[in-house]
Every structure is written in C-alpha cells, then in structure tokens.
Design a protein around this ligand. Structure first.
Ligand SMILES: *Cc1c(COP(=O)(O)O)cnc(C)c1O
Length: 385
C-alpha cells in the first residue's frame, strides 16, 4: 500500500496544514518585537480559552515539565498534599510530589471510572491540613474524564487548599473555566487538543497561586515561576523558546478561535459517541464506563485470545493506522484510539474499518464484517459530521 499514515494517538496529534506551514517560516528573534507581539497574543488567546484572569505561562517543555513546575512552585517541602490517582497521570503527580519531599496522600481509583467528589472530600475531612489537591482532568491512560467543576466546588466548601489540575489532554477538547470553577493551577501542553507540535508546556495560575509562588523559597532554577513571570510580564520567555513550535501553536490558537469553542467541544463529544457506538456494535468491550468516558480518546479491550499489541502492529503495518497502546496494567490487554485535536470523521471511519479488518485478520471471526463501519456511517449521516 502507498505510504500514508493516519495518526490517531493521544499526542502528539496530527497537525493541520496551516500549522505546518506556519512552522516553516524563518526563525525569528525570541527577544524581538515580532515574537513579543505573538507571545502576548498567544497568552491572551489561551486565557480566553480557559477563562483565566490570572497568569498564563508558556514554558519550553513537554506536559510533564509543567506538572513538575506546579509541584515546585505552588507547594512547599513537607506540605501535606492529596493526589487523586485515576491512572498513569495521577500516579505521575504522586511520584513527583514524593520526589520533591511532599507528604503526599494518594487516593487511588480503579481505572475506567471517574473519581466521585465525595471520595475526595472524605479524605479532606480527616486531613484538614492538606495544602493542595492534584488531579488529572482527562485521564489519558484510563480514558476517563473527571468532573473538575463538581469536584472543585465541593472542595471549596470545606477547604481553601490549592486545586491543581492536569489538563494536558483536555485543553481544546472540553470546556475548562479556571475562574468560575475555582482552579488555582492548570497544566497544559501544545501537542494534544491544541493541534501543535510537542515542546511547549502551559501553566495557568490564579492570582492567589501567583502570590504564593512569588513569596516562596526557590526550589528550582529553570522552572522558577519568579523568573518565568518576570519575563512573561514583558511578553517574553525566561530562556530560549522553541520558536518554530511556537509559530505553529500561534496558528493553531487562531484556528481554535475561528472554529469556536462550543463547536470544538461538541465535535469531540460527537466523535466519542460515534466511536463508542461503532465499537460496541463490533462487540468490543470499552475501558471507560459510558458516564465517565473521555471526549478525547477511547480505550478498548482486545477480544479474548488476541494480544492488543498484535492489533496495534497490524493496524500500523497493514492499514497505515497508528493507534496507541494502553498503559500500565492494561498494556497488551487494551489499546487506545484518539479523537482529539485535528481529527475528522474520515479519519475515524478509516480507523473503525481498519480495526474490523485487523480483527478478522487476527482470527476474530465472531463478527459480521463491516457491522461497526456501517453503524458509524449511519450515525455520521445523522449527526452530519
Ligand atoms: C500527555 C499527558 C501528559 C504529559 O505528557 P508529556 O509527554 O510530558 O507531554 C500529562 N498528563 C496527561 C493527562 C497527558 O495526557
């Protein structure tokens, strides 16, 4: 087959041609006026997207760096913190807090469901000295989404601790409202819902979180919010910035404004529903329950007797569709199809039909070939997507 790849992994996600061509511009001076103007525009666009009246910082790192920055700058050594662990990224927050000498409590939730607000408040009742709650919004590993609005409002009723949210795979996918939800710190990255190449981390902070970081003792140099803010206030980055990635991100932010936030969130929900319905039609079991399923990606168990990694390889080699392995304990047992960012129903149609062929190729004969694809086509017409 001719070499053409359909990239359906949860980051890095496919790039719109407009973003690609923006990145082919010559490098510009990252301390010059043109960069400053673009940097300011990007910060304004991001503030609007996530409704943040505090600060937004762009940093040269992947999402994990921005997560670590949040531990180093918005909590202090010895602080008691609560980490909600609904999957790999919750676990990552926990490990970081431990590595940085925080007294971290871990609320572990089984994969496939969202945390209930009461589970969090219950821990806070017996631990009123918790200084910060860390939680992933869209848990990319378990393919679930946590209801941050609800969780935050419940926490606020009983504690003034910081609420620190990993939104790496939810910015540009589903609504986020920092000001009204009462989020103190929100972490993002360029390479998922924001349709840009990897390389830029995003940190949004409420006014009180910024005040805290300004007063606290430095624990880090590269990711020190004091230096980052000093530069952000004059529309530049602390250190050298990944300029080409940034040219791409700036263009992607324009595209997001053009499409409209509500349209984007609706599109992701429709794709989620189409994909899930088609997969169920094939007879496959999904990792996340319906109520908590992520709008950005879907986790699928391999049928009994088939290794998920064989599905992934066959999809890649025979059909040119790149999907993702599951993580943690689900490796080999499940796989993930992403529908976040620059994806449309044509891409998903290819994925669903290639999956049906792949299952057949691997000896899964329990299904009528094309049954999931047919369902997908019907729904696609119905929803006009
Ligand atoms: C992708 C992702 C990250 C960060 O990963 P990086 O590889 O460091 O960019 C963090 N949290 C979530 C929920 C993610 O999906």
């Amino acid at each position: 087959m001719i070499d053409k790849e359909f990239l359906l992994i949860p980051g890095p996600t496919p790039l719109p041609p407009r973003v690609i061509s923006a990145m082919t511009q010559p490098i510009i001076n990252h301390r010059g006026p043109r960069f400053k103007e673009m940097f300011q525009k990007a910060m304004i666009a991001l503030k609007e997207l996530i409704n943040c009246s505090g600060d937004v910082y762009l940093i040269p790192s992947s999402g994990t760096g921005a997560m670590e920055l949040s531990v180093d700058n918005f909590t202090s050594k010895g602080d008691k913190v609560l980490v909600v662990d609904t999957g790999i990224f919750g676990e990552r927050f926990y490990m970081m807090n431990v590595a940085r000498g925080r007294n971290a409590l871990r609320l572990k939730v089984e994969w496939g469901r969202a945390v209930q607000p009461e589970e969090i408040t219950e821990v806070l009742i017996s631990n009123s000295d918790v200084k910060a709650v860390f939680i992933a919004h869209n848990e990319t590993s378990a393919t679930t989404i946590n209801d941050i609005k609800q969780i935050s409002s419940r926490i606020k009723k009983m504690s003034d601790c910081f609420i620190i949210v990993d939104a790496v795979s939810s910015i540009g996918v589903t609504e986020i409202d920092i000001d009204n939800w009462g989020i103190d710190v929100l972490i993002g990255a360029s390479q998922k819902g924001l349709m840009s190449p990897p390389g830029i981390g995003i940190v949004a902070a409420s006014k009180r979180a910024v005040e805290y970081a300004m007063k606290k003792e430095n624990e880090t140099y590269y990711f020190d919010v004091k230096s980052i803010k000093k530069n952000a206030d004059i529309n530049q980055s602390f250190t050298t910035f990944p300029v080409s990635t940034f040219l791409g991100l700036s263009e992607a932010l324009k595209m997001i404004q053009e499409e409209g936030y509500e349209n984007i969130y609706k599109r992701h929900l429709i794709y989620r529903n189409l994909v899930r319905t088609a997969l169920k039609e094939i007879g496959l079991e999904l990792v996340a329950n319906d109520a908590d399923a992520s709008p950005g990606l879907t986790g699928i168990y391999a049928p009994k007797g088939i290794n998920a990694n064989d599905i992934i390889s066959m999809m890649r080699e025979r059909y040119g569709v790149e999907i993702a392995s599951a993580q943690g304990n689900l490796k080999g047992k499940a796989f993930r199809i992403s529908h976040m960012g620059y994806i449309n129903s044509n891409d998903l149609l290819v994925a669903i039909s290639a999956l049906e062929c792949t299952l057949k190729d691997l000896g899964y004969n329990d299904i009528e070939m094309g049954i999931g694809t047919k369902k997908f086509l019907e729904l696609r017409r119905k929803f006009e997507v």
